[in-house]
Design a protein around this ligand. Structure first.
Ligand SMILES: Nc1nc2c(ncn2[C@@H]2O[C@H](COP(=O)(O)OP(=O)(O)OP(=O)(O)O)[C@@H](O)[C@H]2O)c(=O)[nH]1
Ligand SMILES: [Mg+2]
Length: 426
């Protein structure tokens, strides 16, 4: 089975806690605060590489966590940053969240996306020293890292997609050109999953995918349907394989059908460079060959004329390779001129960082205060510590939270929710 889909759970590292500590020096009875900060947890990052071919590894392991940040220590020492976890995925991996929303499209070598950020570290007590609070006896907790489920889909499997009706000889062609050994048989739908093979074209490896046969109505689910066309979508070129042994009219009709189903699946496929190969020419009477080639060339116009081929008879293979090389080189220059290849889109962004940007909503009998920085401030606070609570209150007061609550109609005694904490409005 081809590993082209996977579901994984990723979690950034937990941030380290800040430290409560005071300097101890000889002859200085009461030193100032010197508790260092906790470090941020590591991020989980996906990186597109050609070193891995599929998503197989994610069949066996589903949970991935980056390292936790170290806690702060006395003497102003900060914790060590959490280790970032970099997961290599094949080029062509699409990353979606659990709801199917696209987070990133890792279409190029080296494209990266941070899928789960590590939690922030907590500040050490030295950060809370002021003229009036010279010996703060509190520090902040670190925050948990982001955690989410991701759906990975591998789209770009191959440089070249072999497409055609069932039984046309796609698998036979793949076997003739590469070391792949797909199942070949004289009945339709022998191939149930795409097979891959590597062919060297002008010194460079080119990956060929033999796509299961397409029939009339495939785009509406007939036969194996369009389940595998996602793989065709991003190949750099297509090779149409048509059985030439049934005559000119049948060859032309086969090409028209396959082309129609491809375009019904995705109209933009008309832009994908293609060549046409007329297979099984060992079965075509010599006098009919020109007719068959001409009909095929008329049914689907391509830059290079249709190539006569016998996949099992090993005839015309060099011509196919030459046509591939020519078309791929042409495709590359066109793509470069258009400035395509939009690269990775990194969609996850850090939350807005101002305590003053928040909103107040009614929730049940009480109120909820929403705002990234404010929620993090509360989550980091050691609420069992009276001094820490006072500090949080001061910051909220300055940010205008009480005023906003009062304006929204909050009365003394009402519940106020911030993140996972509940307070009483006073
Ligand atoms: N005579 C002859 N037979 C061929 C040639 N190429 C393929 N065949 C035969 O055609 C039949 C189908 O070949 P496959 O390669 O399995 O065809 P396919 O297009 O992969 O078919 P599906 O996987 O079912 O879509 C097999 O019996 C092959 O031996 C050829 O060049 N000449
Ligand atoms: Mg096949």
């Amino acid at each position: 089975m081809l590993a082209d889909r996977a579901k994984i759970n990723v979690r950034g590292g937990h941030g380290g806690s800040g430290c409560v500590s005071f300097r101890r020096e000889k002859y200085i009875p009461r030193g100032g605060p010197d508790g260092g900060d906790g470090a941020p947890g590591g991020d989980v990052v996906l990186t597109a590489t050609r070193q891995v071919a599929d998503l197989y590894r994610f069949r066996r392991q589903h949970h991935f966590r980056a390292g936790n940040g170290g806690h702060g220590k006395g003497d102003l020492r900060h914790g060590a940053d959490g280790t970032r976890l970099e997961l290599p995925v094949p080029v062509g991996t699409e990353v979606r969240d659990a709801d199917g929303k696209l987070l990133a499209d890792l279409a190029e070598v080296g494209a990266q996306v941070v899928v789960a950020r590590g939690g922030e570290g907590g500040r050490g007590n030295v950060c809370f020293a002021t003229a009036t609070r010279q010996a703060p006896r509190f520090a902040e907790h670190g925050l948990p890292g982001q955690e989410l489920w991701l759906q990975l889909t591998l789209k770009l499997l191959a440089d070249v997609g072999l497409v055609g009706l069932p039984n046309a000889g796609k698998s036979s062609l793949l076997a003739a050109l590469t070391r792949a050994r797909p199942k070949i048989a004289s009945y339709p739908f022998t191939t149930l999953e795409p097979n891959l093979g590597v062919l060297e074209v002008e010194g460079r490896p080119v990956v060929l995918a033999d796509i299961p046969g397409l029939v009339d109505g495939a785009s509406r689910g007939v036969g194996l349907g369009d389940r595998f066309l996602a793989h065709v979508e991003r190949t750099r070129m297509l090779v149409f394989v048509v059985d030439g042994s049934e005559g000119a009219a049948a060859a032309a009709e086969a090409l028209t059908t396959v082309q129609r189903e491809l375009l019904a699946f995705k109209p933009a496929l008309s832009e994908t460079p293609a060549i046409v190969t007329v297979n099984k020419v060992d079965l075509v009477p010599a006098g009919d060959l020109d007719d068959v080639l001409r009909a095929a060339g008329a049914a689907l116009v391509t830059t290079v004329a249709p190539v006569a081929l016998s996949a099992t008879g090993h005839q015309g293979l060099e011509d196919v390779v030459a046509a591939l090389g020519q078309t791929l080189a042409h495709a590359e220059t066109t793509a470069a001129r258009r400035g395509d290849e939009d690269g990775a889109r990194v969609v996850l962004r850090p939350a807005s960082d101002r305590v003053a940007s928040f909103s107040v909503l009614k929730e049940g009998d009480g109120f909820r205060v929403k705002g990234g920085a404010l929620e993090r401030l509360v989550a980091k606070a050691d609420l069992d510590n009276r001094e820490a609570v006072e500090y949080v209150q001061t910051v909220m007061e300055k940010a205008g939270v009480s005023t906003a609550l009062r304006k929204s109609g909050a009365q003394p005694g009402d519940a106020v929710l911030i993140g996972e904490q509940e307070f009483e409005f006073l």
